[in-house]
Write a protein that binds this ligand. Structure first.
Ligand SMILES: O=C[C@H](O)COP(=O)(O)O
Length: 256
């Protein structure tokens, strides 16, 4: 059975003080949780501080991006080996904000997936459609294309121990989450799409939902069989709300 993963993506938020306070709050709120993996991805400049603050807890460290190069003249970039060195485990790639603002292509994101696997890190591959693609009935086509970029470049095996986050772009930061039924349908489609290449790999891959997950709607989302936790933005900046989401994922897992 798959273990859910709830991961907080802090995006471009926080400072030194907030990093310390939020991790303190999370450690207290999450000390007894069992049945759900938990990670946070602070801005890269706070990773070292976060690593020390998380020491001895079961909360893993994540990061929000990686470069495709390992070293050299690439000003401003951070390599997979550097993230590993600092203690990060889960690395978000392909987030719609990077696809949009940094013009990252499916193929470029597949290269990031490859460098992370090579370094022994866990890619959290974000996929999802825009509102107009959704309205045009293209959700499955878009998700299949984004997954195929990795499948075609690296094969189904690359998804062993990897994470996919289905994040409909219209649901991100809008307060308008996909319904549990809507999300389940796409999660099932994603799993079946990978199963066409390798059923065992598809069965074990973690598929998180992301997009306006909060302390009110999380429990119902997690009742769905193909929703394995969440990638959380706004609500991950409040220890109490994030803890409610983690507890909901653990409860759903322990009930199932
Ligand atoms: O990575 C997280 C997602 O973009 C969701 O963000 P949100 O929970 O603020 O909607």
């Amino acid at each position: 059975m798959r273990h859910p993963l709830v991961m907080g993506n802090w995006k471009l938020n926080g400072n030194k003080q907030m990093t310390g306070d939020l991790i303190d709050g999370l450690r207290k709120a999450l000390s007894g949780v069992d049945g759900c993996d938990v990670a946070i991805a602070p801005p890269v400049i706070y990773l070292d501080q976060a690593k020390h603050a998380l020491s001895g807890s079961h909360i893993s460290l994540g990061a929000q991006n990686v470069d495709i190069n390992l070293s050299g003249a690439f000003t401003g970039d951070i390599s997979a080996e550097m993230l590993k060195d600092i203690g990060a485990k889960y690395i978000i790639i392909g987030h719609s904000e990077r696809r949009t603002y940094h013009k990252e292509s499916d193929e470029f994101i597949a290269k990031k997936f490859a460098v992370l696997k090579e370094a022994g890190l866990i890619p959290v591959l974000c996929i999802g459609e825009t509102e107009s693609e959704n309205e045009a009935g293209k959700t499955e086509e878009v998700c299949a294309r984004q997954i195929d970029a990795v499948l075609n470049a690296l094969g189904a095996d690359a998804f062993k121990d990897a994470v996919i986050a289905y994040e409909p772009i219209w649901a991100i930061g809008t307060g308008k989450s996909a319904t549990p039924v809507q999300a389940q349908a796409i999660h099932q489609f994603i799993r079946q799409h990978i199963a066409k290449k390798d059923a065992a790999i598809a069965e074990q891959v973690i598929i998180q939902y992301g997009g306006s997950v909060n302390d009110k709607n999380a429990a119902e989302l997690f009742t769905q069989p193909d929703i394995d936790g969440a990638l959380v933005g706004g609500a991950s900046l409040k220890a109490d709300a994030f803890a409610v989401i983690v507890n909901a994922a653990a409860a759903a897992k322990n009930a199932g």
